[in-house]
Design a binder for this molecule. Structure first.
Ligand code: EPU
Length: 422
């Protein structure tokens, strides 16, 4: 298992380029199952979850090309998908495998996907995906850890679905299912994340009829068949936010290119509240300068366009260095503070009570051995390591490799010292 050895205390300077968004690329890959024609995707990030999704699609008989040089251009061709089963061995390493359920069911009229199970940040059920597909006429049973779904007559029918709770992959699954269904589907209380809008963009290029992207109501008029398309994945807003914090926490001065600042308005507004200087120098380009005096700010995670839960851990790392008390409230996942206890071991002053963490700062952090529990928690520990005195060892960096492309190389190019120890 790889670990990172980080020598802290170095100010970051220079330019970093952002990769494509993992959470937009995964549904885009699943969408390729909806058509027999090739789907070309560009700006795919070279991260582990993409490799897992590629394996899953290949298992379903799709042809997946993966040239070596980043940014990956990927072509997926699924002339005939077979056996339509997403096995547990693949699903357990990546919950986003559930994204194959909607497209396979609507293309084949049947699907079998392993239930994802919980993960470190919460129980993460998929009941809302299942309920909504049942409303479209699917007969669904869950047995022996698998979801078995069948569309009577081979085709799903349009329905009016009101999500009880906003779900990102749930909205994406239903969009894909509805694209080939008979009649019109209306999705209310749909997720408004930029990754959902990116999927709508791709589906539309494939011939889908969808209205309302970017709003909480999506209308899909089902078509008989979809065709191939070429699509460029949007930049990763969470990788962007993570590098903004890296610049800020080290008191650095960095430029971030290839990003979409309009997708992280709430995150940038919050960072500006703490006195971090973030300038939009040109379209797709941010300049970040550390604050002269970093101030504490409270934050509550929310669905888009609110402050993303995927940036909560990184913001907590920053708040350990801010003057004052910061109250961080996590509303999306029930157990997303595992990084706090690792930061405590580094010398942070954090109290966690239920869904609220109180961070008192600034406290000098000291390097030590810490364990990454999930993707974003690992990123926050790397950020803490950048500002800690001495050496920080972050264990289980396979979590970070799931969603950040060569993070150590990108940080080192900015002057950090992060070594991957195998
Ligand atoms: N939920 C249910 N039932 C469902 C679906 C969701 O109760 O059927 C609950 C979840 O347990 C959670 C809340 O609803 O409490 C929101 O979950 P959502 O379904 O929106 O999360 P997701 O689609 O599984 C995606 C991202 C996550 C990100 C969340 C929230 C992908 C592949 N994953 O997950 O990304 O945190 O939305 O924005 O898009 C990450 O990249 O590190 C990551 C965890």
């Amino acid at each position: 298992m790889d670990r990172f050895r980080i020598e802290g205390g170095r100010r970051l300077e220079g330019t970093v380029r952002i990769s494509g968004a993992k959470n937009a690329a995964l549904p885009a890959m699943a969408a390729a199952l909806l058509t027999a024609e090739p789907v070309h995707l560009t700006n795919i990030p070279r991260v582990r979850d993409i490799i897992t999704m590629g394996k899953l699609l290949a298992h379903m008989n799709a042809r997946v090309s993966t040239p070596d040089v980043p940014p990956i251009d990927l072509t997926i061709e699924a002339p005939a998908i077979c056996e339509a089963e997403a096995p547990y061995e693949l699903v357990r390493t990546m919950r986003a495998s559930i994204l194959t359920l909607g497209p396979v069911l609507s293309r084949l009229g049947r699907a079998r996907v392993s239930l994802p199970g919980g993960c470190a940040i919460g129980a993460r059920p998929v009941d809302l995906h299942i309920k909504a597909l049942a409303q479209m006429g699917a007969e669904i049973t869950t047995e022996h850890g698998y979801v078995n779904a069948r569309a009577p007559g081979g085709r799903l029918r349009g329905a009016h679905i009101v999500f009880e709770k906003i779900t990102v992959t749930g909205t994406e699954n239903l969009l894909m299912a509805a694209a080939l269904a008979e009649g019109e589907t209306r999705l209310d209380n749909a997720a408004r994340e930029p990754e959902v809008a990116d999927l709508v963009g791709l589906l539309r290029k494939m011939g889908a009829q969808i209205e309302g992207d970017g709003t909480a109501t999506l209308r899909v008029r089902g078509v008989e068949r979809l065709h191939g398309a070429t699509h460029t994945i949007i930049p990763d807003r969470i990788e962007t936010g993570t590098f903004v914090v890296a610049g800020a926490i080290t008191g650095g001065d960095i430029e971030i290119t290839g990003c979409a600042p309009e997708h992280l308005a709430a995150i940038l507004a919050k960072l500006r509240e703490t006195n971090v200087v973030v300038l939009e120098e040109a379209p797709g380009r941010l300049r970040v300068r550390g604050a002269k005096k970093l101030l504490a700010a409270d934050v509550t995670t929310e669905e888009y366009p609110g402050f993303a839960t995927d940036m909560q851990a990184q913001f907590m790392a920053l708040m350990t260095q801010a003057r004052g008390t910061s109250v961080i409230t996590e509303t999306i996942f029930e157990n997303r503070f595992l990084h706090a206890s690792e930061m405590l071991r580094m010398g942070a002053d954090i109290t966690v009570e239920g869904r609220r963490a109180v961070v008192r700062g600034p406290t000098p952090l000291q390097g030590t051995g810490v364990i990454a529990s999930d993707l974003r928690a690992s990123a926050s520990l790397v950020l803490a390591g950048l500002v800690a005195s001495g050496e920080t060892i972050v264990d289980r960096v396979y979590h970070i490799d799931r969603g950040y492309e060569r993070i150590e190389e990108k940080l080192n190019a900015l002057g950090a010292r992060v070594e991957r120890v195998r």
